[in-house]
Unconditional design. Structure first.
Length: 105
């Protein structure tokens, strides 16, 4: 019975998609995670997605003329918490992207 279980196990392994370094799935997942990480950096740290005339960004505000500037002085506890969370998720995302690329190579 052990021999039969071992044969079934190897048959299952042969039918599974290849996720490893020489597989087809790992490079696609790596590229997808890298692109998603870059998009999140752009959305978090640039002024491109802030509404005109509204201080709705995490790091930046736009005045009515469309110019970007940082928040001056006290920004409130919620904004500081959002900024801290942005830094934390950026660091964790970077570590995950590097680890994922290292595992797929």
């Amino acid at each position: 019975t052990y021999k039969k279980i071992k044969e079934i196990h190897f048959q299952i392994d042969d039918n599974m998609p290849a996720f490893g370094a020489n597989g087809k799935v790992a490079p696609c997942l790596g590229l997808f995670s890298l692109a998603a990480y870059c998009c999140s950096l752009v959305a978090s740290y640039t002024c491109e997605f802030v509404d005109y005339g509204k201080p709705s960004g995490i790091w930046w505000a736009q005045d009515s003329s469309g110019e970007c500037h940082g928040f001056d002085g006290f920004t409130g506890n919620r904004r500081k918490a959002a900024q801290a969370m942005t830094v934390l998720t950026t660091l964790l995302g970077g570590i995950l992207v590097v680890a994922g690329c290292a595992m797929s190579c």
